[in-house]
Design a protein around this ligand. Sequence first.
Ligand code: GLU
Length: 553
Amino acid sequence: MDDNKLAELIFPKLEGTIAELEAGFPERDLKKGAYVTRFAPSPTGYMHIGGLYAAMISARLAEQTNGIFYLRIEDTDKKRELEGGVEEIIQSLAGYNVVFDEGPFPGGETNYGPYKQSERKEIYQICVKELVRKGHAYPCFCTPKELDEIRREQEEKKDDIGYYGNYAACRNLTYEQIEEKIKNNVPFVIRLKSEGDREKHIRYNDPIRGNIEMPENCMDIVLLKSDGMPTYHFAHVVDDHFMRTNLVVRGDEWMASYPVHKQMFDMCGFEAPDYLHISPIMKMEGTTKRKLSKRKDPEAAVSFYLKEGFPTESVREYLLTIANSNYEEWHAANPQQTENDFVLSLSKMPASGALFDMVKLENVSKERIALFSTEYCEKQILTWAKIYEPDLYQFAQTHQEQFAKTIELWKVAGKKVRKDVSKWSQLMQMFDYIYQPQEKFEQTVSYEIDEKYSKEQMIEVISAYKENLFLDSDEWFAQMKILGEPMGYCPEMKEYKKHPEDYKGSISDLCTIVRVAVTGRKNSPDLYTIMNVLGEEIVQRRLDHFLAQLTEE
Ligand code: GLU
């Protein structure tokens, strides 16, 4: 058959050649060793934690080598597209400090674009036309029903499943048959005419897994779908070539496709890029490991971490501990440096899927938050609470000074930095008695009362304390001792321990009763500071409410 004639029949008005594309998208002018990497999501609006992981790795590898990191939107399947999906991807990655040099956004377009596959249709078609011209591709008119029949036959004969060899009926159509079908508007796809031989092996060197050998591809896979848009496989080859990607970072589910990708690069006359196939993030279910699933696991979504209020720094740092086995060692040796200073190395990536460990993320996060300044925490909490926790936001807005004090309260204990908080949503659980409006406190409080205190005893203590809260005294504790002694509370613990039978309780019991009345809890950080944050009026209302509860019962 005259392949030139066939190419003109299929793409009658399409001008352009691969050589012209090569000239239009020249090699990038970068230093030796610089990586050009990309993140290539479908615009579904959903961001998987594995996507963030891959994007972060790609971004860092480019940044570390003074290369380029770009965003390419794989929107060849219009059905899956979500309005605003692209902006959402850009925004949520930016929140994690993953920023693109190039992409489909203002200021991101360059001569290597367009960056949306739906706008690159002509580029794919020029390449396919040339493959047809060279006898490497052909139209296939098989209907889904016919493809099903082929499959059934293959299953019966226990043959490999797919479109190849003698099963590839449309390989042998004559020009006239094709012309007839095209004239009659019979839908068709374009397939690769594979010359691969399963008996032969191709080799490639994977930076994580070492040398890998796989059989050559012999399937006539689809290059262009019936709507003229490319499949993932073909778009990958054309785009990563002309956008001059030299390191493709992608999920290891694509590793098995390497032979077909390599074959297409060769047939098009392109040099194949290097690949880094990264392992997925896994979860334990019973005794088996499985991938984190969008459908089953809320923690698979990046939005989960935002909602929980994990600082983005913590999530980044945690992902680095997964990405490079030496991260923790490095971090221990360089405690003052942050995850931004760490140099990621290809050879230290895990070859099998790491288990996602929430407890570890929380620990990483506690350490990280402990390093934040009060001002930085304040800013972060406000941004978070504005969206996710209105009561806390309201408190922070109306009690600015007190709010800053509450951060000190949970961050610092004497000279030590506490490490209690791992995410902002915990604040409301730990300190609801500070951040809640008084009405809500009254509705929800459940006092942790120790049975050793009698009702009368508590009423006596609280009534006496109400008379003078000592809130502006520097000597609050000393004042409490003076208050308690006449009621039978021993001011010195040592003394009390020697003769407990001589007293109603100790100064510590006295303070506990006040603490329960004010916070509802037996334990809390420094009570004096808490009361000063709450202010005299609220403290009085808390004491009144407590008394009312006691006398009501
Ligand atoms: N759109 C593909 C995916 O989401 C991209 C894979 C790749 O990075 O090449 O899986």
